[in-house]
Design a binder for this molecule. Sequence first.
Ligand code: B16
Ligand code: MG
Length: 215
Amino acid sequence: MIRGVIFDLDGVLVLTDELHFQSWQQLTAAEGIHFDRSINQRLRGISRMESLEIVLERATRKYTSAEKAALAERKNSIYLTYLQRLTPADLLPGVVDTLAELRRRRIKTAVASSSKNVPIIMERLGLHAWFDAVADGNDITRSKPDPEVFLLAARRLGLPPVECLVIEDAQAGIESARRAGMAVFGIGTPASLPGVARLAPDLAHVTVDELLRVD
Ligand code: B16
Ligand code: MG
């Protein structure tokens, strides 16, 4: 029986993945590094420094650790300027209705994200009041696909993993949830999330009954 629902942030509650894409694009254009949407797909759900390593696969020279730290910092400051423009209107379809229905049923809710910018994103979107717990990139040492962030979110909800359902849009996050021993529901398509049986394009296309129906 599911007593808690743990939401990924980027790609499930809000499309910050597009803002990540634009930020990396701006950085790589300035550095003369090839970057495109298919490379961006590989960055979904993983940490900033791991993302940078993937971005630098196409670089024509080696970067020192100090240079990498500076690049990650530059990317994040570009991203932060985009985040300033977020408003509650940027929440994805179905998010508020789903959260309201879960609250009505007294199902606990958490956010579990690899991002270190979760506090500011939740603030901009007016999300804090909807969640019982948050676990993010500031709290963990191993990012998705490691299960750490989901296990921490469940612990903060006071629930065992088997009583939690994870809603995720990224392959790394699905793997992380499975390794945590939790049920998963995918936001995406059979092409973006191969091997995920229960899927919807967004939360407006799935009812809470369907979400909580776990085999
Ligand atoms: P930041 P999620 C992840 O968030 C993003 O999907 C991923 O693309 C990003 O690299 C990561 O957060 C770190 O973000 O640079 O803000 O710390 O999908 O786990 O909510
Ligand atoms: Mg995501």
